[in-house]
Ligand binder design. Structure first.
Ligand code: 17E
Ligand code: FE2
Length: 423
């Protein structure tokens, strides 16, 4: 496959790229725009970038909103309650059908790399077994990492820890946790130590739903980071949500950031989800309920953005579009300066790949897998501003999807009067 007239991020020249046997074998600057040749793909000056990364989603729960009951309060805790009513209804077929639909939506929107949390506080482990099987079946289309996630508590749910270990033996890639939901602070702390202990024992990654609450006293992040640092596995560890950090005071954060930087752990924020679920116990002023994305980023700590939900008991919207998540995130986190805009796609591409520990296999460079998306825009800013559509997604040199951009026709009358005003 040969692609001509492609624009690459942070480069002004157009480029020609060659993919052979599923790998980028050549990337050349072009002096000028080339005419389309036979069998070549003409990118027409559009932005060619590495596929989007969805580093935090719950595929097992996707597309179940309202089944059997809707989350009326909009809180995280009611979401967990509503989900526990849906859980006994799970079957392999039900999970497969919803996961297929959701993954299709993600692929259509440029995602090729997914980390999904799967609830293992379910004695049948049907969600986990099904997702591990689908991970292997779908690998030509997408990479899926499966997190064994103890939704109702690693230590608070009956046999939670045993179920977690069973999930690791079945083949979960990542160990999850939910310390702020355990019955006591001590149980939450113990669960963080356990997560790191298991990561070493089973040689797995870690991704904890950590301090997903507005409580400024929820401080499990420091335990997770300190344990990760002590065992030297920070880069393999991720703290998701950490929304309590939006409520920590600055003095504590200043001390905390020293540890975070040293530990090298990764962060995931889910802006649409947290804006919706957090702040629910506030009157006015209402907190935004997000972690300190801007400050983490400025401190050189790896942070990426994720959707979390697509139409589930926690969040009834969601459409697979990470550009929407990014748009919300930049607004809520006050990251609207030109510099922020010009690097904004990092938050849903490179930073996500780093979190998933797949940097070596990720990016537009000779020797890397021939994976890319073509976006309707010319740089980060234009893609973001116009919510540029994903025009094409290519994996290992094979086309996964193509989209014809919508075409708007103005009436002659409207066009003429607009031209007059402009003249
Ligand atoms: N479960 C949880 O604990 N937190 C979330 N944000 C979702 C599920 C979506
Ligand atoms: Fe989540």
């Amino acid at each position: 496959m040969k692609i001509i007239n492609a624009r690459l991020r942070h480069k002004s020249e157009l480029h020609t790229l060659t993919i052979e046997n599923g790998v980028f074998t050549d990337i050349q600057e072009q002096g000028e725009r080339l005419p389309a040749g036979d069998g070549q793909l003409d990118a027409q000056g559009k932005l060619l970038c590495a596929p989007f990364v969805e580093p935090h989603i719950h595929l097992d729960a996707a597309l179940t909103a309202g089944e059997p009951n809707w989350n009326q309060s909009g809180t995280l805790f009611e979401g967990i309650e509503r989900w526990s009513e849906r859980k006994p209804m799970l079957t392999e077929q039900d999970v497969r059908q919803r996961v297929n639909q959701t993954v299709e939506l993600l692929i259509q929107n440029g995602v090729q790399h997914i980390r999904t949390h799967v609830d293992i506080t379910d004695p049948s482990l049907v969600g986990l077994r099904t997702l591990c099987a689908m991970r292997d079946e779908l690998k030509e289309q997408v990479d899926i990492q499966v997190v064994a996630f103890p939704q109702e508590g690693m230590l608070s749910y009956p046999r939670g820890l045993a179920l977690l270990e069973e999930a690791l033996k079945i083949g979960a890639d990542v160990i999850g946790g939910i310390p702020h939901f355990e019955y006591t602070r001590e149980m939450g702390e113990t669960s963080m130590k356990k997560v790191i202990e298991l990561a070493i024992q089973y040689d797995r990654l870690v991704d904890v739903h950590c301090d997903e609450i507005d409580d400024p006293n929820s401080r499990f992040l420091e335990v997770l980071a300190a344990e990760a640092l002590a065992h030297g596995i920070g880069p393999r560890v991720t703290a998701s949500h950490t929304t309590a950090m939006g409520s920590y005071d600055n003095a504590y954060c200043s001390k905390l950031f020293r540890l975070l930087k040293r530990s090298g752990i990764n962060f995931i924020s889910c802006p649409t989800e947290s804006l919706h679920l957090q702040g629910r116990f506030d009157s006015y002023p209402k907190r935004r309920g997000l972690t300190r994305v801007k400050e983490l980023n400025e401190a050189g700590i790896n942070v990426c953005l994720a959707q979390d939900s697509i139409c589930d008991p926690w969040y009834s919207l969601g459409n697979g579009k990470l550009l929407r998540t990014l748009d919300f995130g930049l607004h809520i986190c006050h990251m609207m300066g030109y510099r922020d805009f010009s690097h904004s796609l990092d938050l849903i591409t490179d930073n996500g790949a780093k979190t998933l520990k797949m940097e070596e296999r990720y990016g537009i460079a000779v020797g890397k897998p021939g994976n890319f998306i073509l976006l309707d825009g010319t740089d980060d800013y234009s893609v973001l501003r116009n919510q540029g559509e994903v025009l094409m997604s290519v994996r290992h040199g094979r086309t996964l999807m193509q989209r014809t951009p919508s075409h708007v026709v103005m009436s002659t009358e409207a066009q003429n009067s607009l031209c007059e005003d402009a003249a």
